[in-house]
Design a protein around this ligand. Structure first.
Ligand code: ADP
Length: 434
């Protein structure tokens, strides 16, 4: 049925009904009275439904239209249908908005929407964390009042958003944030920020590493080049200086070789970091073998060794990595503790953990160095030609190898009294021989 009203339909209906009433009035002899009564009834009927409509629209909370008769029923239904359509559209829009918000929260970057003049319109949670924003209190505030970093204020004022900028987070100075502004919609800007602390740290580490390796290789190469130049003229190098030259070249070659080996060990450890605890390692036997192997060094340095080793105590882990750790700690103790020193090496159960410690009564290490000892190439004495011939890589190898056994290197040292290097293998990796 066509429920749509046209002027023609309305007029036709009125004329027909008036004609019917007029004919009925003429038949009964009350033409005008009946027409007047009919018109009054039409006005009252329309007023009644208008009133009902107005009450429904303004007072009632339900979307369901009230009961109506005749043409008013079609009008009520029409309004109801429009209302429902708007409602569904609004619900769909709310759903889209909700999905957009959820998506904006899941992206790993911080996002802010600002007006062209800098007024803050919207921000996701990460942006609130990175820039310490209070939401929704900060909504409507200019971005330059919220991120007051001079670099950002200049960037925003210049309106040249081709490049990203890096700043320290206003919340934690250590956090580095890379920030980019992208023109968005008609008069809005999208600010995207991400935490680049780790990336920047890795970049710095890589640069330092290359600089360190080049620096470390330069010294021995310069020494060798110097001697080679001298050797070109046999008169310039008498036999006794020649012997010294060969000895020096040998030391430098050995140092370079050691450094390359240690660098390879480190990169191997980094490459296969995954923990594999399937191998049973007899650390006691490993330490006894090490003592035999390094006996000559103990004699050379005139160092006394006391051991306290539990041969029954095993570890689930990687034998090569554990060997690298204890070997480096043992060699260091011999190298650095000096003539006549006493070294105490212990491998014992402590509670549910297995504890290794190597203690010496050597010169000890200053407090200021302790936290940096496991950094690559870090040495207490900066003398690259020293008799100890260290590379500064030994303790970083120890650190790496222990990390893959879920433990850390502990260092205690007092100047003039000696040092103690130790680690504790956690309970779940400790076994006893049956
Ligand atoms: P290196 O190849 O120089 O021995 P390491 O990383 O093994 O490098 O050690 C870093 C520094 O720690 C050494 O240069 C040394 O100064 C100091 N060190 C290590 N062990 C001892 C120790 N037992 N006594 C005193 N100093 C030590």
């Amino acid at each position: 049925m066509d429920r749509y009203f046209t002027p023609f339909k309305v007029i036709r209906k009125l004329i027909i009904s008036l004609l019917v009433v007029a004919i009925a009035g003429w038949l009964f002899g009350y033409t005008y009275e009946l027409i007047a009564a009919y018109l009054l009834a039409v006005v009252l009927w329309n007023s009644f439904y208008q009133l009902k409509l107005s009450r429904w629209l303004w007072k009632s909370r339900t979307t369901q239209p009230p009961q109506a008769a005749g043409a008013w029923s079609d009008i009520y239904d029409g309004i109801y249908r429009t209302l429902r359509r708007t409602q569904i559209r609004r619900r769909n829009l709310a759903l889209i908005l909700q999905r957009f918000r959820e998506a904006a929260e899941t992206i790993p970057d911080a996002g802010l929407v600002i007006e062209n003049d800098g007024t803050l319109v919207w921000s996701n949670k990460l942006a609130q964390v990175y820039f310490g924003l209070q939401w929704p209190t900060d909504k409507g505030i200019r971005i330059t009042n919220l991120i007051r970093h001079p670099k950002f204020i200049k960037y925003f004022a210049e309106k040249d958003f081709q490049e990203a900028i890096t700043l320290n987070s206003p919340v934690g100075e250590k956090r580095e944030i890379e920030l980019r502004i992208i023109p968005y919609a008609k008069a809005q800007l999208l600010v995207i920020a991400r935490d680049v602390t780790r990336i920047r740290m890795l970049e710095r580490m890589r640069k330092d590493f290359v600089a360190n390796v080049s620096h470390e290789l330069k010294t021995p190469l310069t020494v060798m080049q110097g001697y080679l130049e001298l050797m070109e003229d046999p008169k310039a190098l008498p036999p006794e200086r020649m012997t010294k030259a060969i000895a020096d070249i040998t030391v430098q070659t050995q140092r370079m070789q050691l450094m390359v080996e240690q660098l390879l060990t480190l990169s191997r450890m980094e490459a296969n970091y995954q923990e594999s605890f399937t191998e049973q390692v007899a650390v006691g036997a490993m330490l006894n073998a090490l003592v035999t192997e390094l006996c000559f060094m103990l004699e050379e340095h005139q160092v006394q060794l006391q051991t306290h080793i539990d041969n029954e105590l095993l570890v689930l882990g990687n034998a090569d990595k554990l060997h690298a750790a204890v070997h480096n700690l043992f060699v260091n103790a011999i190298k650095y503790s000096g003539k006549g020193a006493v070294i105490k090496m212990s491998w014992q159960r402590e509670g549910e953990q297995a504890c290794f410690s190597i203690q010496d009564n050597g010169p000890g290490i200053g407090k200021e160095h302790l936290s940096r000892l496991t950094e690559r190439f870090y040495r207490v004495a900066e003398d690259r030609n020293s008799s100890t011939g260290g590379t500064g890589l030994g303790l970083s190898i120890v650190k790496h190898s222990l990390e893959s056994h879920r433990c850390q290197l502990e260092i205690a040292s007092t100047l003039g009294q000696g040092s103690c290097f130790s680690f504790r293998i956690p309970r779940e990796l400790t076994l006893t021989k049956d």
